[in-house]
Design a protein around this ligand. Sequence first.
Ligand code: ADE
Length: 255
Amino acid sequence: MRFDIFTLFPEMFAGPFGASIIHRAQEMGRVQIALHDIRAYATDKHRMTDDTPYGGGGGMVMKPEPIFAAVESALRAEPPAMAGPARTGVSLQSPVILLTPQGRRFTQAVAQELAAHERLLLICGRYEGVDERVREHLVTDEVSVGDYVLSGGEIPAMVIVDAVTRLLPGVLGDPAATSNDSHATGLLEYAHYTRPPVFRGWAVPEILLSGNHAEIARWRRQQALRRTLERRPDLLKSAELTPADRAFLETLSYK
Ligand code: ADE
């Protein structure tokens, strides 16, 4: 999978992309990340990337020309063949995504949808906004990481790269590792424990030490249901629930 990121601050990405899973995915050749400095595509002598808004008002607006030039130049350059299993189906035109608080909300389902593409192009907005012609004629999708305003799209782009990369086959050691994640199943994940069996007098639930895998699976499912009910009851409305799940929720007085 290839990510092309368009930003005025490429130096922001070194830390998050230089460690842990994203670093390893790049080393494995599973992921390639190209950072494109929008300023390098400004043509005037001051290398201007923003300007005052037509119609007045405060703030600055990112100019369209350098953004179009940067994205079009990346689209013209053929990305090198990537390592990893051949993909089938889904991958159509590479999405050109603008990170903006006005976009559709990023969720685990959106991460899964984006992970089906071979290539994603991510444009990081800054200042008051981006000239509307970028949205109208260059961008194919707009994504927000939540209902709050950040100083730019760089951190949201990192969020997307992280959430998508860990879903790619071969990136996490255990292929089943993401299937029980919070949100992957529509529920929050069950509680986890590791050694020691008793820590400061607090014991690990007996059932987890029992070796009875069917009972453990049942307990975990009920934990996930209980947690979701307590913390995010809104998620239960769209989660896939079995009759046994519903019966359990009723014991917790969920209707
Ligand atoms: N840019 C500023 N705030 C943002 C948000 N919440 N999501 C995506 N991009 C943004």
